[in-house]
Design a protein around this ligand. Structure first.
Ligand SMILES: C[S@@+](CC[C@H](N)C(=O)[O-])C[C@H]1O[C@@H](n2cnc3c(N)ncnc32)[C@H](O)[C@@H]1O
Length: 206
């Protein structure tokens, strides 16, 4: 995860964060107040665990952070932190999340990235698909008025994806935190105030 040794890399190492991406979440939370004490947070594509560490600081002792990734992470589980290994597209994942949380989440965040091939169209298509998978899952586990943060990518499908998010949340913002690498086409969408019941988000069962 520590790829190039820039300032954020060094800060992450110094502060004991597992990824330089930790600083993106810190900044996004400073600017948009997405996570508060006591929240139940779901982190999609959490490995190696930098966002989980930041979220755990923000939710405090009363909150809970559940990370999910296809690849394992080590030594981050604790009283109010847990990890589930799996592909977020699997049917069982939404049920496992609600079981582990004992209900719905206050916040779902996704830093999911596919393996990039270098072929721009294909990478864009896969990346947006993954953002859409995250959104589909968020609708199944997010509580009414909950928040959603999703990494997505500039390209031809970005506009229609943003519209889907806008239809489901009271407010939506697109932003690029400072720790994003200059050449990256990443952009984060922030949906606040999930309007669940109108969105086919299956709110009745928990
Ligand atoms: C950029 S990394 C996340 C970094 C993390 N936010 C941090 O701060 O440590 C993206 C992660 O998405 C995961 N991923 C990609 N596709 C996935 C899928 N379908 N299901 C679960 N995890 C996936 C990858 O395994 C990778 O660990």
């Amino acid at each position: 995860m520590y790829k190039r040794k820039d300032g954020f890399y060094r800060q992450a190492k110094l502060k004991g964060y597992r990824s330089r991406a930790a600083f993106k979440l810190k900044q996004l939370n400073q600017d948009y107040h997405l996570i508060k004490r006591g929240d139940r947070v779901v982190d999609l594509g959490c490995a190696p665990g930098g966002w989980m560490q930041v979220a755990r600081e923000l939710v405090g002792e009363e909150g809970y952070v559940l990370g999910i990734d296809m690849i394992p992470i080590e030594n981050l589980e604790g009283k109010n932190m847990a990890f589930l290994q799996g592909d977020i597209r699997e049917e069982r994942v939404a049920e496992s999340i609600r079981e582990k949380l004992g209900g719905r989440a206050d916040m779902v965040m996704s830093d999911l990235s596919p393996n990039l091939t270098g072929i721009r169209h294909a990478d864009h298509h896969h990346s947006i698909q993954l953002s859409q998978d995250a959104f589909r899952l968020a609708k199944r586990v997010l509580k009414q008025k909950g928040n959603f943060l999703v990494k997505t990518f500039l390209g031809p499908d970005f506009g229609s994806f943003k519209k889907e998010i806008e239809a489901a949340f009271q407010t939506v913002k697109a932003t690029r935190p400072e720790a994003t690498r200059k050449a990256s086409r990443e952009l984060y969408l922030i949906g606040r105030g999930y309007q669940g019941q109108n969105q086919g988000g299956e709110l009745s069962n928990l």
